[in-house]
Design a protein around this ligand. Structure first.
Ligand SMILES: [Zn+2]
Length: 882
């Protein structure tokens, strides 16, 4: 440290030069060090991310690492890491609303998968398993410590484990200091609070830092005012560069803007080493890469540096694309009250702003949406504005609305088609080039929740293939907005930028111009652009008149992004945007239907003929041949419980099959509108039980539904399934035993899986438990249902909270003649009997049964564990195992 200060003093070199010299020499040392040790040389083989490549998010990221496992011998092995972050926290409750919360929100926005753990939780404890020589896949591409103290308090052995993991898989560790103050011996770092916490702070980026990727040194950034309880406090790190080979990434300048002041002051401690807020240890000391965030998070400079750290520490497995495709929709052209509409000079200004934006974003054009009916309905000056915009119509891109700006969901197909045709005719008459296959629904209505007629009309009249919405899945939170594809129309997420039909003057914005500037200067609007590779912003015609808020906002935003980031702003037509979006996020293609009744906004824009009371209150699920039918026939006795109307007597299989893509209306058509207010409906299904997709989909649509499972001994289920296959596919050449014990024959193995997998109860139930509360789930043992139907049914009704439960004692009794429980008819005779046709395992020998019991032992053991969460009476076949 002293050496450098001296050099500076004697040579009178400006600080930047000294710093660069230092950096160059460090790099030199680093290269030398590397040359001699030959450790951790990394060749990036595959560099891909969700934002840069069209990949399955579950894929591993491979790279070749010549890793030296504690020896000088070189090994050529390929190590992989999952694209997942492990976040280590100490007190989830107290940290939740601070760093962890901010972090999770941020990562959700960027669609990065992560797992939260405490140091005594399994995910953290399991890290050591990855150090076994035979393990070549690391579960995490990065570790984050929410509080550095959690790490400092770990045992030496555990620290060594983490470091070895990092070295083996070439991943890094990221630390937040959160509330820690003091000396961190492990890193030879001092953490302290700023002297004056209230005074303004100016943050500077080290423009030569190796981690800069998204971030660009934009000069000095003033610390924003962060509301209490959100994010971390500001802290400083200090270190001695003569002792530790770190790199300062961001630091706080002393006092007020001080370019001149600094030279005069003889401050022995340089802020670059003394007031560090983001610090990099690139692994020169011990081969582990680390980044430290001292505080002030979130803050846009730190947020960007955080993204850059993810990229750097994960050796690019968490990299973001730098491309940002920007589309600005100017909606409601010709719609607006007098006094708010465009005049000729506003149109000319709009054109000049468009030209200057096109210099920064090649090809940029405003995308104008019009409703013909409002043409020339303003003052004489404004009518000239309308004429001017048509005069220059070819300089913009255009999209259609409805002719009278109607709320789509209120109109039938016939009316929608008529309105679209009129609007199209208007375009032809006035020379508007309808050059995109893009359209927007007026009043946010009809796209989501889906109004089928709107999609039909778009397909028919305008050949629309792309639209956008702010409502999917919900307006808020904005960072979770997504796209989907329905009936061939690609719906893209759209962003608001605070410019609505009601905000046409600075004074109408909450907080005024200052608030708008904050949003642009690293605030919400800036962050939105950072987060969305495809960014469609919605504005309205009236935002471009008078105060010209929209021109101001977009220009300022583009300039600020160019000043502080290396993001490449790009322009592309809507069809291209859709291609890019679904290329980056293929998992978004299939929509996830949510109940319109769970969102107040959605309810308003949903057809008033539709009702959520048509949706089922509970589902009846279980493996095939597991006795669901028996429960159904018992339920039929209570007339308040209505089974869904099957169109073809087969299951709708909505949540588990391609039928899901037919939409919510298709599903709801299976259910009758309840005639009696007390009645509840349900859907029975075999396929939902084992479906991978069903639990999440059911939860999205039927959040408060109850799920009833009926379980039978998995050995019997397997045998029954074999019998079923036998009858259907005539597989008589194979014996049950041959199939289930098969180890090699691929055809037999396929059959074996299909026969045995339904009995992995814990696995299937576990999937449901991810989305439903234990108190929403009931497990019924089939044998108990057979032997004590009255009790089971009474309990079931209680669980379902049926308004008028049926006393099954009075309706079902045991008949000795029929050796079964049977219905008591009104004339006190015996009616239908309730039996479960057990497939008699005639050809099942003792050794096969033993084999299957062994096979299911682990699954059943896990099922016993589930019993601690969802209590159910243990069936006999499960007791035997316990
Ligand atoms: Zn509109």
């Amino acid at each position: 440290m002293r050496i450098w200060t001296r050099i500076r003093r004697y040579t009178k070199l400006p600080f930047r030069v000294v710093f660069s010299l230092m950096l160059v020499s460090w790099i030199g040392v680093f290269l030398l060090f590397n040359y001699y040790s030959q450790s951790s040389t990394v060749v990036d083989d595959v560099v891909g991310t969700a934002l840069t490549k069209n990949v399955d998010p579950n894929l591993y990221y491979t790279r070749d690492i010549r890793w030296l496992p504690n020896s000088r011998k070189q090994s050529n092995r390929t190590f992989k890491v999952r694209k997942k972050i492990l976040i280590v926290q100490r007190h989830p409750a107290s940290e939740r609303f601070k760093v962890s919360h901010v972090l999770c929100k941020l990562l959700d926005g960027y669609r990065l998968s992560y797992e939260l753990t405490r140091v005594d939780d399994k995910p953290f404890l399991d890290i050591k398993d990855a150090l076994r020589p035979d393990v070549t896949v690391g579960k995490y591409s990065l570790l984050i410590f929410v509080d550095i103290k959690t790490y400092l308090d770990l045992k030496e052995k555990t620290k060594n484990t983490l470091n070895s993991y990092s070295r083996k898989f070439n991943t890094g560790i990221l630390f937040f200091t959160t509330n820690y103050v003091g000396y961190a011996r492990d890193f030879e770092l001092n953490v302290r609070k700023p002297e004056k916490e209230k005074s303004p702070l100016f943050v500077k980026i080290n423009s030569s830092s190796v981690i800069l990727r998204v971030t660009k040194d934009g000069g000095q950034a003033e610390r924003p005012r962060v509301p209490k309880g959100i994010g971390t406090r500001w802290m400083y790190l200090s270190y001695d560069p003569a002792r530790v080979p770190y790199e300062t990434v961001a630091y706080v300048l002393p006092g007020l803007p001080l370019a001149k002041k600094r030279r005069k002051r003889r401050n022995p401690m340089d802020p670059q080493f003394d007031r560090v807020t983001v610090l990099l240890d690139s692994g020169r000391k011990d081969g582990v890469k680390r980044v430290f965030f001292a505080g002030g998070f979130p803050f846009f400079v730190h947020t960007m540096l955080f993204l850059d750290s993810l990229d750097f520490l994960s050796t690019k497995s968490l990299t973001f694309s730098l491309n940002r495709y920007l589309q600005v929709d100017m909606d409601d052209v010709f719609i607006g009250s007098t006094g708010l509409r465009l005049r000729r000079e506003d149109v000319m200004d709009l054109l000049s702003v468009q030209s200057s934006l096109a210099e920064k974003i090649p090809g940029f054009r405003f995308n104008l949406g019009y409703s013909g009916k409002g043409y020339k309905r303003g003052s004489p000056q404004e009518d000239e504005g309308d004429e001017a915009i048509l005069e220059y119509a070819h300089r913009f891109t255009w999209f259609g609305h409805l002719y009278d700006h109607e709320q789509a969901h209120r109109f039938s197909l016939k009316n929608l088609i008529r309105s679209m045709k009129r609007n199209r005719k208007f375009a032809e008459d006035y020379g508007i080039p309808l050059n995109t296959s893009y359209a927007v629904a007026p009043h946010h209505s009809g796209v989501y929740p889906v109004h089928e007629d709107l999609y039909t009309a778009w397909n028919k009249v305008d050949k629309i293939t792309v639209t956008s919405t702010e409502e999917y899945p919900h307006l808020k939170p904005a960072w979770l907005r997504r796209g989907f594809i329905y009936r061939g129309i690609r719906v893209l997420p759209r962003q608001t930028c605070g410019l609505f039909t009601s905000t046409n003057f600075f004074k109408q914005i909450k907080g005024g111009r200052k608030a708008l500037d904050r949003s642009i200067h690293g605030g919400e609007l800036f962050e939105t652009l950072l987060r969305n590779p495809v960014m469609i912003i919605m504005t309205h015609m009236t935002n471009y008149a008078n105060d010209r808020l929209a021109q101001y906002t977009i220009t300022k935003l583009v300039d600020y992004v160019r000043k502080w980031t290396n993001v490449r702003l790009t322009y592309a037509p809507p069809t291209k945007l859709a291609e890019i979006y679904f290329g980056l996020f293929p998992q978004d293609k299939t929509p996830l239907w949510r109940s319109p009744c769970d969102d107040h906004r959605h309810l308003i824009i949903w057809d008033s003929d539709k009702t959520c009371s048509k949706l089922p209150s509970f589902l009846l699920v279980g493996p095939p041949h597991g006795g669901l039918e028996l429960l159904q026939s018992l339920l039929r006795l209570n007339h308040d419980i209505v089974q869904m109307n099957n169109i073809s007597s087969k299951e709708a299989q909505f949540f588990s099959s391609e039928n899901y893509l037919k939409g919510l209306d298709w599903y709801m058509d299976h259910f009758a509108k309840p005639s009696n207010p007390n009645s509840i409906s349900y859907e029975p299904s075999h396929s939902y039980f084992t479906s991978q997709a069903a639990p999440q989909r059911v939860n999205a649509l039927l959040k408060s539904a109850k799920i009833i499972f009926v379980l039978e001994n998995p050995v019997m289920i397997a045998y029954a399934h074999y019998k079923h296959l036998l009858a259907r596919h005539k597989l008589s050449q194979y014996k049950f035993t041959d199939i289930v014990t098969s180890q090699t024959n691929p055809e037999l193995l396929r059959m074996r899986t299909s026969i045995l997998r339904p009995g992995h109860y814990a696995e299937h139930l576990g999937r449901w438990m991810k989305y439903f509360n234990p108190n929403q789930m009931l497990i019924i043992d089939l044998n108990e249902l057979v032997s004590q139907p009255v009790n089971v049914m009474n309990q079931l009704q209680e669980f379902l909270a049926i308004e008028h439960p049926l006393d099954y004692h009075k309706h079902v009794r045991y008949s000795k003649d029929k050796s079964a429980f049977c219905e008591i008819t009104p004339s006190n005779t015996t009616g239908n009997c309730y039996r479960y046709q057990k497939t008699v395992p005639d050809s099942l020998d003792e050794s096969t049964i033993k084999y299957l019991q062994r096979y299911y032992a682990i699954h059943n053991k896990n099922l016993m564990r589930i019993n601690q969460k969802i209590q159910f009476k243990l069936p006999k076949w499960l007791q035997d195992i316990g």
